[in-house]
Design a protein around this ligand. Sequence first.
Ligand code: DGL
Length: 258
Amino acid sequence: MARPDRLIAVFDSGLGGISVLRELIRQMPCEQFLYFGDSANAPYGSRPTAEVRALTMARIGELMPRGLKAVVVACNTATSAAIDELRLQYPDIVIVGIEPALKLAAERCSGGRIIVMATEVTLREKKFAHLMSQYGASRDILPLPCPELVRFVEKGLLDGPELEDHLRTILAPALRADVGAIVLGCTHFPFLKPVLRRIVGPEVRFFDGSEGTSAQTRRLLSERGALRSEGELSVTLENSLGTAEILDLSARLLDYDY
Ligand code: DGL
């Protein structure tokens, strides 16, 4: 049931969803958030879709007894694989998923190639196919699967020569055209903005779905009379790895400036 005193769960395959949690907090500063990252099973993005769906359903199912009013699937990959099933299974709870911000990029950036950096699952599933059917004919859009990048973030490697070399290698062919925008279609990637900016230069604009996802969550909770308008913010960070290191890294990412 969507009641104000219940929790907003924020789910990701690992630490990436913390980039969405930050925006959720900014837009809803009186809420009680429970962040759960499934780093023990990350990355999800190169697995078969059915496996991603099963993992997502299982992890979110385990959070349900905590008393939730909303679940934010802060993972493009898990959203692509499981959002329909989640909505069917939990009709009384606000369920919001993130998707690559291609619409935003196409609307706000008038020219140049749009690179969509995301996982293989996100780029092959129907949500993204639908976005491409809307914008692919009129714009130069290059979907770029980035299967290795999530591991860097999961290890807390947000900069440094190994990461920079890897990014330069995967981006080189995409950068041969005049690039207007990069869509960060995986929630791990906003943490890499400083190094990406260094590689692509100051003119290229970055877009991600965290603002829209947070606004949508806020809107749906408000419509159901389930938004907390007063009270203290509380944020609980949990992770399937359960180690002090991963919880420490989670807290650091929540404060990381990018
Ligand atoms: N953070 C997830 C996303 O937004 C993907 C990471 C993974 O591959 O596990 O797609």
